[in-house]
Design a protein around this ligand. Structure first.
Ligand code: NAD
Length: 539
């Protein structure tokens, strides 16, 4: 292998983007915070907590917390609003989503400021959130009528039994959201719930409460009744279980560890739950891949939102015969990524969101290096750029005893492994309890799709990392195994917020002995009728 580790080892550091000087303090004014926190359902004299700017470490906002009684109050108010909302014609509910789509773009600059200020991601990565939310609003605004349409089903007696399957809203959905995509996930998982006739009580992560509150304001401006979407804030282990305790259905996005706890609480109440959880996603670069495109794609797939993306790639399997050539291109592009700590366009990668993320990333990299891994790019924190910056990092020669080999890092770190045969690549890619997203690169689409179908993974992207499957909102998105239960997007993403109800209308004859028949005669009649229907292929 060529010695591509030299320049990194010699101290070549990622450059800092110079564009712009506006920071979170310029965008998140005390007046804005005071207005937005009005949208939180709180009790009398609420406790106050703080969020921080990942770019600087300074306090960003003081956020009032909800507490158990306020959560109960939020559900009670949402329940009243839901009863009226469910009676509104579907087209009126859908029209709200289509107006919201336009408002998202009208308020784009302000939303990008908020997402960047709370998460520390680049403006380009924040824009992915605006466009993802808009795509979903447009899709469900247009397609909800098709998904929710009452359907005729065959009755027990043709003509005499008329059956329709209708979709009833679940009621009040309890939504628990993470900090990493505070706009796209928060809005995205609520949109289909609303159009299906539900109310939603959301507990966003406190760190990203302002983005959530601004998005809710826009939905209300678009025509959503304000009481229909309640926001509660507080510590996950305190407020989260309260949300599950009152909900008719739970939509959870977060770590697999928390997801197990939430799923158990939901199971104890016999309510349904969708779980969008963690991953350890693999990319396969096959021997016939276009290596330039694969290297570009790997940069996007591994380092978008500084790797704090559930569908981000953390394991890269490369065909041995092209590995050196691929890694040279990939490492050079990775070392050139510009780190950004302002609210301006022009940076390639931003900050981690919190100290615990930086701690995990540092621990995973240091342990892997101690166990013999080589750093091909990055590998270090960058306190000169901001307190939570860590360079985009490529590790080679990671051994199995290192946590980074099997555990989700949720940061800008990818480990590279070489494979001899595609069977080996598939087996190793599947060798994890997770199954969220994966990526296959090949010049032959047919071949890549065949490999994709062998992967234990809810989404597979061919010749891209994650975006096409996620952004194609008409198709289901979610995880197998420890990556979750249920799906967002497509029909699954909306029908999960409904109860199927079967309405059967019986005509002319009743389902009991009639015309003077006794039980035995009725049994004979039924036997003959069922036989005739089978012979005539009526049933
Ligand atoms: P987390 O599980 O720590 O927190 C997620 C949410 O759950 C937060 O709002 C948190 O306050 C709340 N919470 C914490 N403890 C709780 C409890 N005991 N009961 C109820 N709620 C509780 O996850 P995180 O660190 O915020 O997010 C990162 C994780 O989320 C990663 O593992 C990532 O892969 C995953 N994620 C998955 C998807 C997906 O679509 N599959 C999307 C984004 C993030």
């Amino acid at each position: 292998m060529t010695d591509i580790s030299t320049s990194s080892a010699a101290g070549e550091r990622n450059p800092v983007a110079v564009a712009g000087t506006r920071t979170a303090a310029d965008a998140v004014t005390p007046e804005l915070v005071a207005r937005l926190v009005e949208g939180i359902t709180v009790g009398a004299e609420p406790a106050v907590t703080q969020s921080f700017s990942p770019f600087t470490g300074e306090v960003l906002a003081e956020i009032p917390e909800s507490g158990p009684e306020a959560v109960a109050d939020a559900f009670a108010r949402a329940r009243v609003a839901q009863a009226a909302w469910a009676l509104r014609p579907l087209r009126e509910r859908a029209a709200v989503l289509l107006r919201f789509h336009d408002l998202l773009f009208a308020a784009q600059a302000e939303l990008l400021d908020l997402v960047q200020s709370e998460t520390g991601k680049t403006r380009a990565h924040a824009f992915e959130e605006v466009s993802a939310a808009a795509l979903e609003a447009r899709h469900y605004g247009r397609a909800a009528a098709k998904y929710l349409k009452p359907r005729r089903r065959g009755g027990v007696y043709p003509v005499l039994t008329q059956v329709r399957e209708v979709r009833q809203p679940k009621g009040v959905i309890g939504q628990i959201s993470p900090w990493n995509y505070p706009l796209a996930l928060f809005v995205g998982d609520a949109i289909p719930a609303f159009v299906a006739g539900n109310a939603v009580v959301t507990k966003p992560d406190t760190q990203t409460a302002l983005t959530a509150l601004r998005a809710r304001e826009l939905m209300v401006e678009a025509g959503l009744p304000a009481e229909l979407w309640q926001i509660v804030i507080g510590d996950g282990p305190v407020v989260g279980p309260e949300v599950v305790a009152h909900a008719d259905y739970v939509s959870f996005t977060g770590s697999t560890r928390t997801g197990r706890d939430v799923a158990q609480r939901a199971a104890a109440r016999l309510i349904g739950a969708s779980m969008e959880l963690g991953g350890k996603n693999a990319m396969l670069v096959l021997a016939d891949a276009d290596l330039d495109k694969a290297a570009e794609g790997a940069v996007r797939a591994c380092f978008s939102s500084a790797g704090q993306l559930c569908i981000s790639i953390e394991r890269l399997y490369v065909a041995a015969e092209v590995a050196d050539a691929f890694l040279e291109k990939f490492a050079a592009r990775t070392r050139a990524l510009r780190l950004g700590n302002t609210l301006a366009w022009g940076a390639d990668m931003g900050s981690l969101v919190a100290q615990r993320q930086l701690d995990t990333v540092t621990r995973h990299v240091e342990e892997a290096v101690k166990n013999g891994a080589k750093v091909l790019a990055g590998g270090q924190a960058r306190p000169d750029v901001g307190p939570l910056f860590f360079e985009p990092t490529i590790l080679d020669g990671v051994t199995e005893e290192s946590a980074v080999c099997t555990e989700e890092t949720f940061g800008p770190v990818v480990s590279v492994y070489r494979f001899g045969s595609e069977d080996e690549a598939v087996e190793r890619a599947n060798g994890t309890p997770y199954g969220l997203n994966s990526s296959v690169w090949s010049r032959s689409t047919r071949h890549a799709v065949a490999v994709a179908q062998r992967l234990h993974s809810g989404t597979v992207n061919v010749n891209e990392g994650y975006a096409p499957a996620y952004a194609s909102v008409a198709a289901p998105m979610g995880g197998m195994g420890d990556s979750g239960i249920g799906r967002r997007h497509g029909s699954e993403g909306i029908l999960k917020y409904t109860e199927p109800q079967t309405i059967a209308v019986q005509k002319l004859i009743s389902m009991s002995p009639s015309f003077g028949m006794d039980d035995e005669g009725y049994a004979k009649f039924q036997t003959r009728a069922l036989g005739a229907m089978k012979a005539l292929r009526l049933k």
